[in-house]
Design a protein around this ligand. Sequence first.
Ligand code: HEM
Ligand SMILES: *[C@@H]1O[C@H](CO)[C@@H](O)[C@H](O)[C@H]1NC(C)=O
Ligand SMILES: CC(=O)N[C@H]1CO[C@H](CO)[C@@H](O)[C@@H]1O
Length: 320
Amino acid sequence: MAASLGFVLVLLALAGAAHGHPPVAGSALSSRFYDASCPTAYDIVQSVIQNARVTDTRIPASLIRLHFHDCFVNVSTIFISNFGCDGSVLLDDDLPAIQSEKNVPANENSARGFPVVDDIKSALEKACPGIVSCADILALAAEISVELAGGPRWRVLLGRRDGTTTNIESANNLPNFFDPLDVLQKKFRDVNLDDTDLVALQGAHTFGKVHCEFTRQNCTRGQAEGTLENLDQITPKTFDNKYYDNILKGRAQLDSDQVMLSDPAAAMTTAPIVHRFAANQKDFFRNFAVSMIKMGNISPLTGKDGEIRKNCRRVNNEGY
Ligand code: HEM
Ligand SMILES: *[C@@H]1O[C@H](CO)[C@@H](O)[C@H](O)[C@H]1NC(C)=O
Ligand SMILES: CC(=O)N[C@H]1CO[C@H](CO)[C@@H](O)[C@@H]1O
């Protein structure tokens, strides 16, 4: 048993190494990638999300967060390749080969929207079987979600393929609400995102929910643990720049939001950007779109690497 497990791991390591060249950021992605092979892709994703949000208004927020948690998990070594926006966050446990990223602290009892991704995938498989990757579903869903909530639109770059591994170590290293500003900046810089990207992308906390025990108030208004609160207490469901007003008033929910203004080092780095975006929603929208495209370009698998999963929860060839 131990010997055969070791053999499987060696095979996996070799398979990883074969595909293990560090991909160039944004290599072959294109906004027209599915124009010929699945021209209805955008409309299909949009209509599933529109239906889902009728009963669950939080779905757009939950979906954009999945794209973030997918893209930020990136480790490449000689033996293990794990790419950025590769759909890894969607894989369920299938031990020993696949240890799901859904169980790391940043995701457990927190990341959600997976059944909606399944519905999108089924609808796409019906319309154009084997064409649209799960990683691209998350990128499309993120843009559509922002747009449906009143935010900017942008041309989503497409053509990502799905990975066949997860990376728990990297998922454990996702940005955390108790990270100080310099750690947040480093985690973003490590994936080529600068201070403007950090401030713009955290602007996604303009919608969606947070467990009260993660907030700066820490359930001190007598809420039961696990109570959900709005991330943006001014306009909780609208994608706008009110999030930055919250920060200016000292009323951001997460420490990791507030530090962009309050950290001693913020004055020279992130604080002026917070002021800018609070003062000018157009400026925020423009930068948010640019930063989303940059985030979506974190080491995608392209060309013949990876695969197009049939089911976003499982790799195609499980029975090695
Ligand atoms: C700077 C690093 C970030 C940290 C530390 C962080 C942390 C968090 C935390 C703690 C929550 C609440 C989770 C819960 O209570 O279950 C949350 C929710 C959320 N985050 Fe972030 N986040 C960061 C960046 C981002 C980025 C870059 C995006 C998207 C572009 C994003 C989008 C969201 C959304 C939309 C929600 C609400 C999700 C829902 O209601 O299901 N966050 N984040
Ligand atoms: C909230 O309070 C609990 C219990 O006092 C503590 O363990 C936890 O670290 C606090 N969380 C935050 C985000 O401050
Ligand atoms: C968490 C992690 O390992 N991030 C890596 C992502 O990729 C960049 C660029 O290759 C590395 O510098 C980071 O260390």
